[in-house]
Design a protein around this ligand. Sequence first.
Ligand SMILES: NC(=O)c1ccc[n+]([C@@H]2O[C@H](COP(=O)([O-])OP(=O)(O)OC[C@H]3O[C@@H](n4cnc5c(N)ncnc54)[C@H](O)[C@@H]3O)[C@@H](O)[C@H]2O)c1
Ligand SMILES: [Zn+2]
Length: 351
Amino acid sequence: MTTPTHIGDGLLARLPALVPALASAHRVAIVTDANLERHGHLEAACRGFAHRPTCMVLPPGESTKTRDTWARVTDTLLHAGFGRDSALVALGGGMIGDLTGFVAATFQRGIPFVQVPTTLLAMVDAAHGGKTGVDTTHGKNLVGAFHEPAAVIVDLDTWATLPDAERRAGMAEVIKHGVVADADYFARVAEMLPPSRTPFALDAVVRGSIHIKSTIVAQDAREAGVRKVLNFGHTIGHAIEQRAAYQLAHGDCVAIGMVVETRIAVALGLCAPDVLPTLVDTITRAWLPTRVPATIETAAIVAATATDKKARAGRVEYALPRAIGAMAGAERQYGIPVDDDIVRAAIDASR
Ligand SMILES: NC(=O)c1ccc[n+]([C@@H]2O[C@H](COP(=O)([O-])OP(=O)(O)OC[C@H]3O[C@@H](n4cnc5c(N)ncnc54)[C@H](O)[C@@H]3O)[C@@H](O)[C@H]2O)c1
Ligand SMILES: [Zn+2]
């Protein structure tokens, strides 16, 4: 079953009208962060409810996505007498979506929640597919659950207040969607860049990317096969992110990761060499980086890939492109084991 998804302007004020689970819930709580409140989006979301929902405003930033916050939000709900007949609204970026989804997954063994993504990354990626969770000191997203939202509501009006850095970060995932699944979409996105352009065809980007992600997730919800293609750029990307102590933006790391991993695919003879300049050009026009930072050693990145979730029995597995719009390795569930020396050479060539 596909999750009901609504995309358009002014949808925040229509939340209960759009989502039956919210209209029928006895109690509703909106979880958000201080930036959304500051920009008036929380107020807009409350407007559609006959009775004002309970609102929880958390500090912005990844450091809020913890078990402590999960406990605090859960305790607030219990204290306020929320029961099984309640529903949650996650109003914000991926941090709020992941955290609120995990509270919803576990509160009284699971209550409905609605994703209302307000960053480009969350609109096109994090809000879809049912992955929820929190970070621990051992790494990101290590505690969580699959919990499909009752609906995803994308209010395009929230884009107006989104800082350029966040627009850029989301474009890395949009470009990824084009590479893994759809050459026409990739070309259309490339024409729209940079993401500061007015008018930027946000509606087309959100619809195109959601279509690609949800089609892939519908085939493989638990990431046993084809969903792995969505990891393109992320094995190297996560390793760089970790070695940079999370001081670099996820989108920047994924952009560099896509370049390095495409180099790996070319070195293995899986991918035509001309894919690389096309990808580098598009990433650059999205204001994203394409070079591995000089401060991070190659050996450190390679070592970090081995601790990635995708490492299996010695050799790390990668999702690698065959062309723009198609991934290699269908016959092995899209996980291609690669020797460390090939990875090292691809990193060195990307400096
Ligand atoms: N569940 C999944 O499948 C999945 C997929 C990808 C990423 N994620 C997770 O998503 C998180 C990253 O998401 P993110 O990049 O959206 O980060 P985020 O939620 O931290 O948002 C980034 C910043 O933008 C601000 N913001 C959000 N919407 C705004 C708006 N409309 N106007 C002005 N400011 C706004 C936030 O306050 C925050 O400061 C990570 O925790 C990552 O693990 C999850
Ligand atoms: Zn990502």
